[in-house]
Design a protein around this ligand. Structure first.
Ligand code: SF4
Length: 321
């Protein structure tokens, strides 16, 4: 499989500034040495609790925010080294679908003008045919082009937002919780649309969600984030059948299932620690039922347990070859 993205040692540390004097009094450690590969034509699901750094990672990969350090290599080029004026081609190839379709569409613009905007930004003429084609592709009629966003439901607005994201034929999409603001009855339609578009347009996708049932449905591989770190990454089958990290286990245990079977479960207790004051050693040690003395002091590396399966936990060390 060809790598579309290679993310190396990516850090995003937001300074906490003293209001009066402007002194930096600490940092929010949103991303910490994130190493990640995204392969062509896959959907990589990214899960974790709110505040784990998922959206920050998505924004850094698109260079919508400037990371503190690290590399984001797209098609062989580190996009973090590129100046704003040299990013235009990348902006065409890599797009974002936002969480909230009520906020992401300009209420004063007709749908036609919303879809025309990317063509204006990239100085591309002759957009009429492309706009008509894309509106059909997302399952809507041409007549919607003359209407305003407020005339549509949340699901229809998200379809329009998706149309805007794919209208310039991108290679890569970050979908940041794209269905979490929608009714459950509509969520499946949008997820199925994204899967169809991925196949039809050969898209690669980073799909961010806190909902593991959606991640299971849509993803080819799954990565789990905890306090700005990847703690487990595996192919979907390996992830759901043979996960190893205690945090992954706790997340999966939180998904309701109808079962008679009574097994010992890890229940996630307490809140996510503050990313401005992360725990020493393993960042999960304050909530981990298997914590050992070593975990409080030493920081586990993300290690390969099997092909396509990496885990950051000392418990897995004994399984390593
Ligand atoms: Fe738990 Fe230790 Fe593994 Fe961290 S390294 S997840 S604290 S067992």
């Amino acid at each position: 499989m060809k790598k579309l993205f290679e993310i190396k040692k990516l850090n995003m540390h937001y300074p906490i500034v003293d209001g009066l004097l402007g002194n930096v009094k600490g940092y929010v450690y949103a991303l910490n040495n994130v190493d990640l590969e995204i392969f062509e034509n896959e959907i990589l699901g990214l899960v974790g609790e709110s505040g784990s750094g998922k959206s920050t990672l998505g924004n850094c990969v698109l260079k919508l925010i400037e990371p503190t350090s690290g590399e984001v290599i797209f098609n062989g080029e580190n996009i973090l080294n590129k100046k704003k004026k040299d990013l235009k081609e990348f902006r065409k190839k890599a797009q974002l679908i936002f969480q909230n379709p009520y906020m992401s569409l300009n209420p004063r613009m007709k749908i036609y003008d919303i879809l025309k905007e990317p063509f204006i930004v990239h100085k591309i003429k002759d957009c009429d045919d492309a706009i008509k084609k894309i509106i059909k592709l997302i399952g809507m009629d041409e007549e919607v082009l003359s209407r305003y966003p407020h005339e549509f439901s949340g699901g229809q607005r998200q379809r329009i937002a998706i149309a805007r994201a794919i209208i310039l034929n991108p290679e890569f999409i970050v979908a940041d919780e794209p269905v979490s603001a929608l009714d459950v009855s509509i969520q499946a339609q949008i997820i199925n649309l994204l899967i169809e578009l991925k196949e039809h347009l050969n898209l690669t996708m980073l799909f961010i969600s806190h909902d593991l049932s959606i991640i299971k449905y849509i993803s080819d591989r799954v990565a789990v984030m905890y306090l700005g770190e990847i703690v487990e990454i595996a192919s979907k089958d390996e992830f759901f059948c043979n996960h190893k990290h205690p945090y992954t286990e706790a997340l999966l245990n939180a998904v309701p299932v109808i079962s008679e079977e009574k097994t010992k479960k890890i229940i996630l207790e307490g809140d996510l620690p503050s990313p401005s004051n992360p725990p020493s050693g393993c960042k999960f040690h304050t909530r981990c039922p298997y914590v050992m003395d070593k975990c409080r002091i030493e920081h586990p590396e993300l290690k390969e347990l099997a092909p396509n399966h990496k885990v950051r936990c000392f418990l897995c060390d004994k399984n390593l070859k």
